[in-house]
Design a protein around this ligand. Structure first.
Ligand code: FE2
Ligand code: FE2
Length: 219
């Protein structure tokens, strides 16, 4: 069977469905594949000032990771995918949210003298993201997902709008921290917590992609 190829007239989400392992490249280039998955790939790539033909050629060079759980997730049943999202994203992300909150609270005190202004801002922005996500995950797990698995026609528009709102807040956090850059006098905790925030952002994008572009479109 011929290998599927990514073409420039696909949407971002369609390209990811050809090879989910391009998500790492899209994340690195800051190309939105979760809430912005519906957008044409060409537009998203050109908005970053890149040439679409060479970018698509480069994407087609990406070897799918062997035994990629990402690719397996595309073949899952509804129930398997819900279970995967909860175990692979909800549980670890809730833990990361707690861990980052505690780390940032510690940094506020340790680096108060030189960095309290920016750290106050980061802390408040992060806590607003956490305040959105904790009830969002609970609603999915307790209400929307069980009804969907029960065969009910679920209107996902509220969840999709929440994804977009939280995506915008994360984008703003990414920008004010200059992609989670640590000041020169930042301690190890500073480095660790900012690295965690960057990882959290990437895994949340992946999480939202599985919901918006796969799960919510299932019959
Ligand atoms: Fe979720
Ligand atoms: Fe969600």
């Amino acid at each position: 069977m011929a290998k599927d190829v990514i073409t420039k007239d696909m949407t971002v989400a369609e390209a990811v469905k050809v090879n989910p392992d391009i998500m790492d490249i899209l994340a690195k280039e800051n190309i939105d594949f979760c809430c912005g998955g519906k957008h044409p790939l060409k537009e998203a790539v050109e908005a970053k000032g890149k040439d679409i033909d060479s970018f698509v050629a480069m994407l087609n060079q990406v070897e799918p990771v062997k035994e990629s759980t990402r690719a397996d997730a595309f073949k899952m049943s509804k129930a398997e995918l819900v279970d995967y999202i909860i175990r692979h994203f909800h549980r670890p992300q809730l833990e990361q949210l707690d861990q980052i909150e505690m780390g940032l609270a510690k940094l506020l005190n340790v680096h108060y003298e030189h960095h309290h202004k920016e750290l106050f801002d980061v802390y408040k922005r992060f806590m607003s993201i956490k305040a959105d996500l904790v009830p969002h995950f609970a609603q999915e797990e307790q209400d929307d997902f069980p009804r969907f698995l029960n065969g009910e026609a679920v209107d996902f528009s509220e969840l999709v709008a929440e994804h977009e709102a939280v995506g915008e807040k994360l984008e703003a956090l990414h920008e004010v921290t200059n992609n989670y850059q640590v000041p020169a006098d930042g301690c190890n905790t500073y480095h660790y917590i900012f690295k965690l925030m960057g990882e959290f952002e990437r895994s949340l994008h992946e999480h939202i992609f599985y919901e918006n572009s796969i799960l919510f479109l299932m019959k």
